[in-house]
Structures are given as structure tokens and as C-alpha cells.
Ligand binder design. Structure first.
Ligand code: AMP
Length: 622
């Protein structure tokens, strides 16, 4: 029985497991390296090379290389065609995961389950895409944890290993352990900042903020554009126009950035179209051209602390994780803003994978425990103080017009019974993956949603017992006592219609609300004799429905006939600590109701993922 933690990074990925005395250990890849570049070289129609070699080949065959896909997770249109086909970010990620698991299996034996990490600021779509990639790779996904929480876990765990290597205490409550930590995580493609409070064995997230489109790559891009502009000034030609020169320039830019973390200046050479540009760049020039990027992280850092309801004086520790925190400008900014020397003692490349390995053990240790049953909403459950949204302000759970709802219902029902598209027979796995992407994935009917969506894999009891025996009684108790709680990174609400017919978002759970949480609001029907109510559940900070992400629907199909306009519909959101959102819509007078379950990271269409899984088994990855 082997359980691992995977840090699936934008630029690098890492895998860890718990070794003797429960210490997290990074598992080297087949090349003997502790991190694997998240780069895929599609060398033929049925094989791919992941990692260092893929990265090197990016220079020679840029058209066959996929990188930075984490930035596009949740968006099926990865802006690149590989070997003439469109491949989804989910499938590129699945190929990376396949390589990571394959290499881990070569060292440990069969892998029985894994925890995978995601940025805390990832929205529902991106989390679901990550889970889809894990399932497509054939991985038994036993949990998902936010990257900063994983880093904080690794930090706390490490603090209490004895000199002999045995673990004595984890997440101590006697004041030895910093109570409030801020984790600043700047990786290759994403930025997260999280405020956590540790009390005893409880690690609670107080607030999170971030930017899923900000990372070391953006610092590289500034240097890359700067060098290209210099080249144009000198030679009148743009090296970015040629794929090979472009790749070389990208590589030079990243190397220069790393040099500038160690030295106050660096030298460079750019070759393109038989011409050469040589020069020198200082650290202060680099810092000047990237000051706005650093400022973006600074403003989110301040916002997270504000949202947590604390001041810097309350913070005990600032952890810097992610490869980009090696830049002196980051450490200087952290020291200036926080008034503390950032703790960089934890390996920025391995901390997240280590925390994921600990969380995998927590999932296994706790897997036998029964989940609290979901409560049913009864009439007397509705809080007297529940806000009844005034009719003048928000009139209806939208869209309430019978025609519109009926059309929507019909579309969903038709889609649910539509036959599954089969990939074409006799083509290469790459063709099949590209074809699978084009297959219209049928939308599940609302009452089929639970069956058609993935859940995290249940842990095999025998393997669990074996793992806990290996862990030993003392560690099992300690690990079983670890309890992490989170907040929802984005506001959750429903789409409602104003009297003027505008679709707006009516929030139920504000962002950074500690989980679990239960919120109820009352809405009203908009038409006389309305037959259906469609509740659209959305995530996002905007008041405008189109700017938010639709994460699910919940439809009351049969309201009693003759209901007057303005009849109350009670909507309840029940968001548990495990990230499971239960939405119920009830017409209390008649008892007509509907519900849906949405689980963070598992709203993946099973049929499509199953298809990908089949195809990917034929794909050779090294
Ligand atoms: P991660 O996603 O945490 O592995 O971080 C990868 C990012 O860290 C990439 O953008 C790297 O270029 C960057 N990085 C790694 N080492 C350094 C360094 N010494 N100085 C600046 N950036 C670095």
C-alpha cells in the first residue's frame, strides 16, 4: 500500500510520500531529479516525453511541446495545436501525472491513492479539471488540498520531528508553534496568499487571495520582451517571429532571472537570423521592469490579512514558498510589508508535495470514519431571521418564466439521454484524444447529477489497515488528529432576476467564509401559475451573472398549479468542511423541492473522463 502527494505545478511538479517515522520524502523521478518540469514533448502520435528532456526538446521542436497548461486548466481551448491536433489541458496534465505516478511506482511499487494539490484561489472549473486529469491518468484520487495549506502542514510537521527523526508532536498548542501564519506562494504560473491559524491539531484557513495568472513566467516575459526590443533596435528584426529563436529567448530570459537572484548583474547573448546581440543587465534594471508584478502580489497579500480580520501585529510567521520567492525583490518586499524576516527554510520546491503526502496519510487515517449525514431541510428549519429578499429588489429565482424554464429543462433532458460519442476506431491515441475533446459531452439531467459525477476514490479497507499498521499506533493517532479547515475562496450565490428583468447575482456565502457553513435565503416566483423554478448556482465576485462561473443547477420541476406570482421559494446552501456543497430549493407550502450536490474537484463528467482514461492507457509516457 502506497499513498503519495502530488504537487502539480505550472513549471515543475513534485511527488512525495511518508517515509520511516512518518517523515515526508520527495520521490525522485526516473532521471534522479526531485522535481520534474511540467513540460510534455509529443514525440510521436502515441508517445510523449515528460520533464527535463521535454524541456530541452522545446528548443528543437517547439511545435510538439506543451507547457504551462496549468494556466489553462478549466478552459478546454488550450491555445496550441500539437502535431496538428487540439489537445486539452486536462489531457496534457494527465500525461504529466502518468509520468509522475509511473516514476513513483518504479521506486515504491503500485500506488494505491494520491492527494493532488491546487492553488487555493482555483475556482470550481479549475479544480474539476485537475480532478479530471488525475482520473484520466488512471490515478486513484483520494483527496485534493490547497497548496498553501499543504505547505503550512509540511512546515508544522517538520517543526516537531525529534533529532532522531521521530515525530513527537504536530501542530502544538502550547505556544511553541506560531499561531497565525501567512503563506506567500509564488510559483511559475500562479500566486496564492493564505492566512492560517494553528490551534492544537487544527489548522484553519482564515482567508485566501491570489491570482491564477501571475507567476515566475510573467517575470521571464518582461525580460524576454526587453531582450527582443533591444534586438529589434540593434538589428531591425524580431527574434519572437521565429519559433526556434523564441524558445531560445525564453530560456535565456529564465536563466537571466535566476542569475539575478544570486548576482547583481548578468550577461546575455541573443542569436537570431545569423545576427547576435550581447549585453549586460543589472538586478535593479530587472526589478524596475517588474515592479508592477511585485506590487500585484503585495496588494493581494495586504488584502488577505485584511480579509482575515487581523493586522500584521497578529501574525507570527511568514512562510515563503514557490520557486519565485527566491527572487531577492520578493523577500525584500515581504520583510518591508510584514515587518518580519520571511521563513525560507522550508524547501520551496518540495514543501507542497510534502504537505500533500501528509494529507494523503490524514485521508487514509480518517477514511473509516462515518461522514455526518446530510440534514434534510424542514419547514421549521428555516431561520426566522432569514432575509426575505424584497420583491422590489430581487424578484425571482431566475429564470422563472415558464417557457424559458421549460426550454432549459428540455435541453438538459435531451442532452442527458443523448448517446455517448465514441472515438474513431483505428486512429492513433493522439487522434482519439483530439476527437474526445470535440465530442459534445452530454450535460447530466439534474436528478442524475450525483451518479454521473466522480467522487474521490474510496480507500480500500485492507490497504488502509496495512498502511496504518506500517505507520504505527503513535503516528496514526497524531495524523488522525490533524484537522484542516478551509474557507471558500470565491463568493457562491444564485442568479436572480430583478423587477426590471436584469439577471444579477444574489450571494449566499461570501468569499473567505469559514467552512462548514449553512446559509438560507428566500426568493419569490415571478409569474402567476409558474410551473418550474431553475436555480443557477454561481461562483464569483461580480454582481453580473455572466461574469460569474456557473457551477451547477437545481430545478423544482413541478410547482402546484395556480400559484400566485411572488410565492416564496427557500434556497439553502450547505457547504461542508470537505468542500461538498448541498443546494436545496423548496416551495414550503406544497413541499415541492429539488436539490443538487456539488463537490469541489469532482464535478467531472464521468463518461468523458472514462474515455480519456482508456485512450491514455495506450499512450507511452517516459
Ligand atoms: P514552482 O512552480 O514553485 O516550482 O516555481 C517555479 C518558478 O520558480 C519558475 O518560474 C522558476 O523560473 C522560478 N525560480 C526557480 N528558481 C529561481 C531562482 N533562483 N530565482 C528566481 N526564480 C526562480
Amino acid at each position: 500500500m502506497n499513498y503519495i502527494g502530488i504537487d502539480l505545478g505550472t513549471t515543475f511538479s513534485a511527488v512525495a510520500h511518508l517515509g520511516p517515522q512518518g517523515r515526508p520524502i520527495t520521490i525522485p523521478n526516473a532521471e534522479g531529479e526531485l522535481t520534474t518540469p511540467s513540460v510534455v514533448l509529443f514525440e510521436s502520435d502515441d508517445s510523449a516525453i515528460v520533464g527535463r528532456e521535454g524541456k530541452r526538446a522545446a528548443l528543437a521542436e517547439p511545435g510538439n511541446v506543451a507547457e504551462d497548461v496549468k494556466r489553462y486548466m478549466g478552459d478546454e481551448s488550450y491555445p496550441k495545436t500539437i502535431r496538428g491536433r487540439t489537445i486539452s489541458p486536462i489531457n496534457v496534465s494527465a500525461i504529466i501525472i502518468k509520468k509522475l505516478v509511473q516514476d513513483a511506482e518504479a521506486r515504491l511499487g503500485p500506488i494505491d491513492g494520491a492527494v493532488i494539490t491546487v492553488p487555493a484561489y482555483f475556482d470550481e472549473n479549475r479544480r474539476q479539471a485537475t480532478a479530471a486529469a488525475a482520473h484520466s491518468a488512471g490515478l486513484e484520487l483520494i483527496g485534493i488540498i490547497n497548496e498553501p495549506t499543504a505547505a503550512a502542514l509540511a512546515h508544522a510537521f517538520r517543526s516537531y520531528t525529534t533529532p532522531e527523526g521521530g515525530v513527537t508532536e504536530i501542530l502544538h498548542a502550547d505556544g511553541q508553534l506560531p499561531e497565525i501564519s501567512v503563506v506567500y506562494d509564488l510559483g511559475g504560473g500562479t500566486f496564492d496568499v493564505t492566512v492560517l491559524r494553528a490551534v492544537g491539531y487544527d489548522l484553519a484557513v482564515l482567508a485566501t487571495a491570489g491570482d491564477v495568472q501571475l507567476g515566475g513566467r510573467d517575470w521571464d516575459k518582461r525580460l524576454y520582451d526587453h531582450l527582443a526590443d533591444m534586438f529589434i533596435t540593434e538589428h531591425g528584426q524580431d527574434p519572437r517571429d521565429d519559433p526556434l529563436s523564441r524558445q531560445q529567448l525564453e530560456s535565456t530570459a529564465e536563466e537571466m532571472k535566476k542569475d539575478l537572484s544570486r548576482r547583481d548583474h548578468t550577461l546575455f547573448v541573443v542569436n537570431h537570423a545569423g545576427k547576435t546581440l550581447r549585453g549586460k543587465l543589472t538586478r535593479s534594471q530587472f526589478e524596475e521592469m517588474t515592479a508592477d508584478l511585485l506590487f500585484r502580489t503585495e496588494s493581494r497579500l495586504s488584502r488577505a490579512v485584511r480579509d482575515a480580520g487581523i493586522t500584521w501585529g497578529d501574525v507570527d510567521d511568514v512562510l515563503a514558498v514557490g520557486g519565485s520567492t527566491r527572487m531577492p525583490q520578493v523577500q525584500a518586499m515581504l520583510a518591508r510589508v510584514t515587518g518580519m524576516i520571511p521563513d525560507v527554510s522550508i524547501s520551496p520546491d518540495e514543501a507542497v508535495a510534502h504537505g500533500a503526502a501528509i494529507h494523503a496519510a490524514v485521508c487514509v487515517a480518517n477514511s473509516g470514519r462515518a461522514e455526518a449525514p446530510q440534514e434534510e431541510l424542514r419547514e421549521d428549519d428555516v431561520d426566522e431571521s432569514v432575509e426575505i429578499v424584497p420583491a422590489a429588489e430581487v424578484n425571482v429565482v431566475s429564470p422563472a418564466g415558464e417557457m424559458e424554464s421549460a426550454t432549459e429543462l428540455g435541453r438538459l433532458a435531451e442532452a442527458a439521454i443523448a448517446p455517448q460519442a465514441e472515438p474513431p476506431v483505428g486512429t492513433s491515441p493522439l487522434d482519439e484524444l483530439a476527437a474526445a475533446l470535440k465530442c459534445e459531452s452530454p450535460a447530466p439531467a439534474p436528478d442524475q447529477q450525483a451518479q454521473r459525477h466522480f467522487d474521490t476514490t474510496a480507500i480500500d479497507n485492507e490497504k488502509r489497515e496495512e498502511f496504518l499498521d506500517w505507520l504505527g499506533a503513535e503516528l496514526t493517532t497524531l495524523i488522525g488528529s490533524i484537522h484542516t479547515t478551509s474557507v471558500n475562496a470565491h463568493t457562491l450565490g444564485v442568479v436572480a432576476e430583478t423587477q426590471s428583468g436584469r439577471l444579477v447575482v444574489s450571494p449566499l456565502i461570501a468569499k473567505n467564509t469559514p467552512l462548514p457553513v449553512r446559509e438560507t435565503k428566500c426568493y419569490a416566483t415571478v409569474a402567476d401559475d409558474q410551473k418550474h423554478v431553475l436555480v443557477r448556482i454561481v461562483e464569483g465576485e461580480s454582481k453580473t451573472a455572466e461574469d460569474c462561473l456557473l457551477v451547477g443547477t437545481c430545478i423544482i420541476k413541478s410547482l402546484p398549479p395556480g400559484l400566485p406570482k411572488g410565492s416564496p421559494i427557500v434556497v439553502t446552501f450547505n457547504y461542508d468542511a470537505g468542500g461538498r456543497l448541498h443546494v436545496q430549493a423548496v416551495h414550503l407550502a406544497s413541499g415541492s423541492w429539488a436539490e443538487t450536490f456539488i463537490r469541489r474537484g469532482d464535478g467531472v463528467d464521468a463518461a468523458r473522463v472514462h474515455m480519456n482514461r482508456e485512450i491514455l492507457t495506450k499512450f507511452k509516457v517516459s
